[in-house]
Each structure stands twice: as structure tokens, then as C-alpha cells.
Design a protein around this ligand. Structure first.
Ligand code: PMP
Length: 440
């Protein structure tokens, strides 16, 4: 019996001992096709020689230097690269160790920005229902999943929640996608007015919703409407691209596909591709200038900010994505994957929707296609899919109905960018095997 304290105290997990390209290998020698990169992390697959060499070299040269004393070469090089790739005036990079920390930093930067600007009353955050932004207390407060939040209330920051952009369930039959987007922006506007615009500091959202809805992109125009609204009321827009960013949707930054530039942009998972834990918050020139003209100091920090080995790993990952032309590959593989999923599952009685962008795809499971009725959450269908998929040698990321409206179960797919065309058939075959086990 292992002494590791997992999240679940009742489940046991196989021991992962190796990784080989798109496969993970357990202690029994079983190989799993890693079609979710854990949780959209391992975008370069496992055992990438270029990244391993970069990590080994950095550990041998300088593993760590505290960021209150030094900058390091990989930290500077990675920040330069990200700032160059990032849109608009997102010119600065605040490094952290993961997604929750990136969101936490964004929330604290936003708060301090308004204090520095002389608008200290702005401390209210608006987020969306059924969202996930991390598990630290600030990020948890932002998230809109009642089941996760309820035990920890009252949470530490003031947050209210508006509807997510979820066309499959919420767009009315009489509505165009554009009209649905306009309706959602009007709902956000009403919430801003209810709170008083001078009280609101930020709106936070994922451009393509990952874990909580299953790869759901926004309808056209929605994010442009949100951006305009934030500008009109002096509210900061935070895009949480922890899961959908760094190429996953076919663009390095998913918000660029919406034609907008946020004020703060959070990245993690695919940034270091799992070779090292790393995340970052990209910060606009305007925010940084305000700090420069004010206290000149961000009241925040962690021991492992800009960890040299983590930055070297992320730099090697991002260089590999650029040098190997993987962004174009993500787009063509993504189309092929969508087509293969539709061919195999669109007539499945319990597959309600197949959607996504790039190598970020979601399948929604329903009791009845026509009514879109979700399965009862007590069935824990998503957990059954996960077990059946693991048995079939497939890692996918099923998530389930929550207390928050019981909106159903879905399967998230986020395979590695390095996968080959033939892997699509393998993925779809194994998924079919898992669904047959669950539904037969
Ligand atoms: N934001 C989003 C959108 C996420 O998907 C996640 C992780 N699933 C987080 C934040 C938190 O990231 P981490 O688990 O690295 O703290």
C-alpha cells in the first residue's frame, strides 16, 4: 500500500513508469495512448530528446537561482520569446509554477493595478458559471462550479457569475450564433450595471472552455463584445488560456482566434508540456506602466518564479513547436480528428455533440439525442468512461455533471501535437471500445 495521498482516498492508480512518444507505460508494461496529455499538458508527447537535452544541460549548468536575487538566461530568453509571440501590448511575462498560480497572479495584479491607479473600490470579479480557473483559494473563488466552491465558502474575493457561452445547450432554436453572443454580452452588461461599473475590476473567461464543458469555443463575436464592454467600463479582461493556450487550438494564443487581446493572459500546461512545472501570466504594457509610475512593486511572489530548469524546458518545447511546424499540423490533424469522430460517433445514440478547435475536442454524452437530456450525475458516467478507456489502453479526460445545473457528461480529447495520422484511427477505435463497454 503506497503512502501517497491521492485526491481520491478510495481509488487506486496504476504506477506510470515510462513514456514513449504518444504513449505512457505502467509498471505492468501496459501502454496507454495519451489522448489527453494528462489534462492537456503533454503536447510534445513523452521522452522528447530535444527537451530532455535542454533540461539536462540546464540542471548541470544552473538548476535554480532565486528571482529576488537574479534573472537567468533561460528565464530571459523565454520571456522574450513569449512577449514576441503574444499579441498586442502583452509585453511582459510573470512566471509561476502552474495554472492556478497564473490565475492567482492575474487576479492580484488586477487588484493592485486599480489600487495603484487610485480606484481602490474596483475589487469585484465577474466570471462564468461552470468554469474552472484553479484550486488555490483566489482561483477557486473565480471558478463557477458550485460543487467545488461550496465547502470553502465564504471565499476570499468577491465574484459573481454569468452564463458561459455554450451554444449546444443554451443557444435558442430561434437564435443565430451571433444573436446568442449578443444576448450573453447583454447579460454581462446587466451584471456590471447591477454591481456598479466602478466596483468591477475584471472579467475572467477561457476563450475555449476546457475541463468544465469539454472544448467549447465561443460563438462568433462574443469575445469582441466582451472586449468592447470591458473597455467601455474600464474593466480588465483576463483570458485563462491555461488549458486552451500554447497551440492547443491551432494558434499559440486562443484569444487571437477571437480577434481580441486581453489585458492579462494566463498560460501553463502546454507551456512546459509536462517536462517541468511552469506557468505564466502575460501582462499588458499599460498595467506595467501603471506599476512603474506607482509603487514599482508587485505585492506577490513565489520561491520558484522563473525556475531556471523549468524555463529551459519550456523554451525547448516552444522552440520545438516552432521549428517542427507543429501549429499548422495541429490544424490539419484537428480537422482529421473531428471528421473521424463524426464518422464513428455522430449516429451513436448517446453522443449529443462533437466540437472543438485544433487538437482540443469534446464529445458530449446525453441520454437522448433529441432532448439533449443529460445522464443523472449520480450515475458518474464520466468515471465509468475513464475506467473503460484506461482498460482499453486510452487516456482521455471525461468530466461529469455537477450540482451547477447538471449539464451532463463529456469527454475531452487533447492529444499530443506530435501524433501521426495513423494515431487518429487508434484513438477513435479505443474510444469506441470504451463507449461500447460503458453502454452495452
Ligand atoms: N485554469 C484552467 C482553465 C485549467 O484548466 C486549469 C487546470 N485544469 C487551471 C486553471 C489550474 O491549473 P493547475 O492545475 O496547473 O493549477
Amino acid at each position: 500500500m503506497s503512502h501517497v495521498l491521492h485526491r481520491s482516498l478510495t481509488q487506486s492508480y496504476p504506477t506510470a513508469v515510462g513514456g514513449d512518444g504518444v504513449y505512457l507505460i505502467d509498471a505492468e508494461g501496459k501502454r496507454y495512448f495519451d489522448a489527453c496529455g494528462g489534462a492537456a499538458v503533454s503536447c510534445l508527447g513523452h521522452g522528447d530528446p530535444a527537451v530532455i537535452a535542454a533540461v539536462q544541460q540546464q540542471v548541470a549548468t544552473l538548476a535554480y537561482a532565486h528571482s529576488s536575487f537574479f534573472s537567468t538566461e533561460p528565464m530571459e530568453a523565454l520571456a522574450d520569446l513569449l512577449a514576441e509571440q503574444a499579441p498586442g501590448e502583452l509585453n511582459y511575462v510573470y512566471f509561476v509554477s502552474g495554472g492556478s498560480e497564473a490565475v492567482e497572479a492575474a487576479l492580484k495584479l488586477a487588484r493592485q493595478y486599480f489600487v495603484e491607479k487610485g480606484e481602490p473600490r474596483r475589487r469585484h470579479v465577474i466570471a462564468r458559471r461552470q468554469s474552472y480557473h484553479g484550486n488555490t483559494l483566489g482561483a477557486l473563488a473565480a471558478g463557477g462550479n458550485q460543487w467545488r466552491r461550496q465547502q470553502f465558502q465564504p471565499l476570499l474575493i468577491e465574484v459573481s457569475h454569468v452564463s458561459p457561452c455554450y451554444a449546444y445547450r443554451d443557444q435558442l432554436p430561434s437564435e443565430t450564433p451571433e444573436a446568442y453572443g449578443v444576448r450573453l454580452v447583454a447579460e454581462l452588461e446587466a451584471e456590471i450595471q447591477r454591481l456598479g461599473p466602478e466596483q468591477v475590476m475584471a472579467f475572467i473567461a477561457e476563450p475555449v472552455v476546457g475541463a468544465t464543458l469539454g472544448a467549447v469555443p465561443a460563438v462568433p463575436g462574443y469575445f469582441k463584445g466582451v472586449r468592447d464592454l470591458c473597455d467601455r467600463h474600464g474593466i480588465l479582461l483576463i483570458c485563462d488560456e491555461v488549458m486552451c493556450g500554447m497551440g492547443r487550438t491551432g494558434a499559440l494564443f486562443a484569444s487571437t482566434q477571437e480577434g481580441i487581446v486581453p489585458d492579462l493572459l494566463c498560460i501553463a500546461k502546454g507551456l512546459g508540456a509536462g517536462y517541468q512545472p511552469i506557468g505564466a501570466t502575460l501582462v499588458s504594457q499599460t498595467i506595467v506602466d501603471t506599476f512603474r509610475n506607482g509603487s514599482g512593486f508587485f505585492q506577490h511572489g513565489h520561491t520558484y518564479i522563473g525556475h531556471a530548469t523549468a524555463c529551459a524546458a519550456a523554451l525547448a518545447v516552444q522552440q520545438a513547436i516552432a521549428e517542427r511546424g507543429l501549429l499548422a499540423r495541429i490544424n490539419s490533424l484537428g480537422e482529421q480528428l473531428q471528421q473521424a469522430l463524426e464518422e464513428r460517433f455522430s449516429t451513436h445514440p448517446h453522443v449529443g455533440d462533437i466540437r472543438g478547435r485544433g487538437l482540443f475536442r469534446g464529445i458530449e454524452l446525453v441520454q437522448h439525442k433529441a432532448s439533449k437530456a443529460p445522464f443523472e450525475p449520480t450515475l458518474k458516467l464520466h468515471a465509468k468512461v475513464k475506467t473503460a478507456a484506461m482498460d482499453a489502453g486510452l487516456m482521455c479526460y471525461p468530466m461529469g455533471g455537477t450540482l451547477d445545473g447538471r449539464r451532463g457528461d463529456h469527454i475531452l480529447l487533447a492529444p499530443p501535437f506530435i501524433m501521426e495520422d495513423r494515431h487518429i484511427d487508434e484513438l477513435v477505435d479505443k474510444l469506441e471500445q470504451a463507449l461500447n463497454t460503458v453502454f452495452n
